[in-house]
Design a protein around this ligand. Structure first.
Ligand code: SAJ
Length: 437
C-alpha cells in the first residue's frame, strides 16, 4: 500500500494503529487514538500490564486526569486491545514505538528495548506500514540504528516497502492527556510525503501545531529543548553558589534580573531529577561523540546540576562539620512538587551522600508510598530537616511544632519555599540555598 492509500485510510479512520510500549507515553496515546475512532492494538511485554489494561484499568501511578475514563471506554468499545504478541502487528497500518531509551552510567544511550522493538516490528509488519518512533532518541538514531534494523529484518526498502518517521513525545506526568492534546509536535519523515501523512495522522489527536521536517530535525528539537532547560537551571544554580559566597540572596537577585527583558532566569534548587532533563542532554551530547567538535557546556551544566545534592551536604556541614551520627530529615523524595514520580530523585541522591557521611536519614514525602505520614513525627529527634521538593503540603508547616519535635531546630530550604523571618521568629536556625544575606 502506498502513501496515498494510507492517507485515505487515515482520513476515513479505517486505518489500524498499533502502539508498542504501554507506559506513561504509550498508554495515553493508545487511549487517545482509540477515543478518536481508530482501531488500536497495544503491545506490551509486561503481561500483568496487558491484563490490567484489557480490564480497562490504567497501570500508571499518580493522578492522570481523564485517563482512567478514556481507557475504560476504549477497552469497552473494543477500540483498544492490549497483547504481548508481536505477530498481531501484521494487519497494522501505523505503528508507534514508545519504549524506554535510558542512558547508562557513562551517559551513553542504551537501546536494547528500542532495537528489540523495531526488529520485532520489522519481522511482523505488513507491506506499506508506517512506523513512527516517539521515544526520545539521540540525534542520528533513526538513520544509523532504526533504519538499518528495519530494512535488514524485513527485507523491505524504506520509502517503498515501509515508511518511517520520528515524532518525539512531549508529555509530563500529571498532565499526560492534556500535553498530548495541547503540545505542538514535530513530525520527521523519511520523505516530505511521509511527513505530510504523519501530520494527517496526528491531527486526529493533537490540537496544536504539527510541524513537518526530517528525522534529524525532529530528533534534535526534543533533545535540544530539554538540554536548553538543563543549562538554564545550571546557570541559576551556579549564580546561587556565587551569591552564597558573596553574602547575597540569589532569590532577590533573580527577582530583579527577571525585570530585565528576556532574562527569564530559572530557579536554583536542591537538584534536577525526572525522566527527561537529566537524560536528554546526554542524548544530545552523545550524538557528536565521534565528531570533530567537543561539547563543553552541556556536560558542564549536567555537572553543576548533579552536584546540587552535594551542596546541600555542604550547607549542613556549616552547622554540623561532622555529620556522623546526626539524624537528618529529607523532605521530598519525588523529583517534582506535587508528584509521586521518584525517577532520578534528588532526595535519594542526598540520602546516599548523607549515608556516606555517616548520618542517619529519615525520608518523608506526602505523595510517595512508604514515606507518607505526620511530618512532625518524622522530624522527632532530628538534628536538621532539608526541604528537597517543594510539595505544597510543606508550604504551611508549623515552625513551632517543628522546633518542639526536633533535637535541634535546623531547617535547610532547598527550594525557597519558606519565609526566613517566620522560621527565625520561631527560633529555627534557617539556612536557604543561595541566600547568605
Ligand atoms: N528544576 C529546577 N529549577 C527550575 C525548574 C526545574 O531545579 O527552574 C528541577 C525540578 O525540581 C525537577 C527537574 O528540574 O527536579 C525537572 O523539572 P521540570 O520542571 O523540567 O519537569 P520535567 O522533568 O517533568 O520536565 C518536563 C519536560 N517535558 C518533556 O520532556 C515533554 C520539559 O521539557 C518541560 O520543559 C517541563 O516538563 C516543564 O516545562 O514543566
Amino acid at each position: 500500500m502506498g502513501l496515498e492509500a494510507l492517507r485515505k485510510k487515515i482520513d476515513d479512520q479505517s486505518c489500524k494503529a498499533a502502539v508498542i510500549g504501554l507506559g506513561y507515553v504509550g498508554l495515553p496515546v493508545a487511549a487517545m487514538l482509540a477515543d478518536a475512532g481508530f482501531d488500536v492494538l497495544g503491545i506490551e511485554i509486561k503481561k500483568d500490564r496487558v491484563e490490567m489494561i484489557n480490564s480497562g484499568k490504567s497501570p500508571i501511578e499518580g493522578d492522570e486526569p481523564g485517563l482512567e475514563v478514556m481507557l475504560a471506554k476504549a477497552v469497552q468499545s473494543k477500540k483498544l486491545k492490549a497483547t504481548d504478541q508481536f505477530h498481531h502487528l501484521s494487519d497494522r497500518d501505523v505503528i508507534l514505538v514508545n519504549v524506554e531509551t535510558p542512558v547508562n552510567k557513562e551517559h551513553v544511550p542504551e537501546y536494547q528495548a528500542l532495537r528489540s522493538a523495531v526488529k520485532s516490528i520489522a519481522e511482523n509488519m505488513k507491506e506499506g506500514a508506517l512506523v513512527i518512533v516517539e521515544s526520545t532518541i539521540m540525534p542520528g538514531t533513526m538513520n544509523n540504528i532504526v533504519l538499518p534494523i528495519i530494512e535488514d529484518a524485513s527485507g523491505k526498502k524504506c520509502g517503498e516497502g515501509f515508511f518511517l518517521g520520528n515524532c518525539p513525545e512531549r508529555v509530563m506526568p500529571g498532565r499526560l492527556l492534556a500535553n498530548l492534546r495541547e503540545m505542538s509536535r514535530v513530525v520527521g519523515g523519511d520523505s516530505p510525503e511521509t511527513a505530510s501523512v504523519m501530520k494527517a495522522f496526528y491531527e486526529h489527536i493533537v490540537d496544536a501545531d504539527i510541524d513537518e521536517g526530517d528525522w534529524i530535525t525532529a530528533e534534535l528539537v526534543k533533545t535540544v529543548e530539554n538540554t536548553y532547560r538543563d543549562v538554564q537551571i545550571a546557570f541559576a544554580n551556579e549564580v546561587a553558589l556565587i551569591c552564597e559566597e558573596l553574602g547575597a540572596d540569589v532569590w532577590r537577585v533573580r527577582e530583579l534580573v527577571r525585570k530585565s527583558p528576556g532574562r527569564e532566569m530559572l530557579k536554583p534548587g536542591a537538584g534536577v531529577g525526572g525522566h527527561c532533563i537529566p537524560k536528554d542532554p546526554w542524548l544530545l551530547a552523545s550524538s557528536v561523540r565521534e565528531k570533530d567538535i567537543e561539547v563543553k557546556l552541556i556536560p558542564a551544566a549536567r555537572g553543576v546540576n548533579s552536584s546540587m545534592p552535594g551542596h546541600i551536604v555542604t550547607l549542613l556541614k556549616k552547622e554540623y562539620p561532622d555529620l556522623k551520627g546526626k539524624k537528618i530529615l529529607i523532605m521530598g523524595i519525588a523529583y517534582l512538587e506535587n508528584s509521586d514520580d521518584t525517577r532520578n530523585s534528588p532526595g535519594e541522591a542526598l540520602e546516599k551522600l548523607l549515608d556516606h557521611s555517616g548520618a542517619k536519614t529519615v525520608k518523608h514525602d506526602p505523595y510517595v508510598e512508604n514515606f507518607k505520614g505526620d511530618i512532625y513525627k518524622a522530624a522527632k529527634g532530628c538534628d536538621a530537616a532539608v526541604l528537597v521538593t517543594a510539595h505544597s503540603d510543606y508550604a504551611d508547616v508549623d515552625f513551632e511544632k517543628f522546633k518542639n519535635n526536633m533535637k535541634k531546630p535546623v531547617l535547610i530550604d532547598g527550594r525557597n519555599l519558606w519565609e526566613r523571618e517566620k522560621a527565625e521568629n520561631a527560633g529555627i536556625t534557617f539556612i536557604r540555598l543561595g541566600d547568605a544575606s
